[in-house]
Write a protein that binds this ligand. Structure first.
Ligand code: CDP
Length: 236
């Protein structure tokens, strides 16, 4: 038996016999609005575990340092234990979501430059956006750590945008989280799935991600299955 050590909105973390390794269990919980909406959606955990595993394996092959070790069942994977940096790093290729609202652009408007933004992880403060100086002033991250995260996030974006483009899917934006491992190295952590990415069909522009749940536009799992099958064809 292993002990539950932490439980987030959608995942549960368990200790293993190796103190540097965690078992992460992906649940069917699906949240929106800082967790105010929380529903169980059948099979979502298993699908996200598989999608995230395939993407992290792909990033490992492309030399992105990350926490992924291996998938051990439909819903569980082993990850390197890290100290999470309490930031969300958002990369945007097209304007959508909060960015679109903040600046009043059209949805999916082209951007002249890829944007990287940092948000402080805090549900009760609604994840406020912060700049590099804010993050340093609040001792959330050091200057060189912010530079490393921004650099890695842009690299991940280049690999993932190309991967999805080959599958006829546009990566609109996504969120990453980073942690510091035992050697003091910043590595990519958490998950990469349609819960944390905006993905649209390149032809129809239909959402294939959690926006379907956020906007209550139908069964979001159709898009999730499509992403999984395409990733399996492309990478499997
Ligand atoms: O998605 P929302 O409009 O709330 O915020 P956003 O800043 O426009 O989100 C940008 C990207 O980060 C989207 O792909 C979201 O799915 C993802 N995100 C996330 O995974 N978790 C959050 N707490 C906020 C954003």
């Amino acid at each position: 038996m292993t002990n539950l050590i932490d439980s987030g909105k959608t995942k549960e973390l368990f200790e293993t016999e190796d103190k540097n390794v965690l078992r992460v269990h992906y649940t069917d919980h699906t949240t929106a609005g800082d967790g105010l909406r929380n529903e169980l959606i059948d099979n979502k955990g298993a699908v996200n575990n598989q999608i995230s595993s395939l993407i992290f394996q792909f990033l490992t092959k492309n030399d992105i340092p990350n926490h992924f070790i291996k998938k051990i069942s439909d819903t569980d994977q082993l990850n390197q234990r890290v100290n999470m940096i309490p930031l969300e790093v958002v990369v945007r290729n097209l304007s959508s979501g909060h960015f679109q609202k903040r600046f009043g652009t059209d949805d999916l408007q082209k951007l002249s430059k890829t944007v990287v933004e940092f948000f402080m992880k805090s549900d009760h403060l609604h994840d406020p956006m912060l700049n590099d100086l804010d993050a340093q002033a609040l001792n959330i991250a050091k200057e060189n750590e912010l530079i490393t995260m921004r650099h890695l996030a842009l690299k991940v974006n280049r690999f993932m945008s190309e991967l999805f483009m080959d599958m006829g899917i546009i990566l609109v934006d996504f969120k990453l989280e980073f942690g510091i491992n035992d050697n003091g190295q910043i590595i990519l952590a958490d998950e990469i799935s349609p819960d944390s990415c905006r993905l649209i069909d390149a032809t129809t522009k239909n959402s294939l991600d959690k926006d379907v749940f956020r906007k209550q536009e139908g069964n979001m799992m159709n898009g999730y299955y499509k992403i999984l099958h395409k990733l399996e064809n492309e990478l499997g």
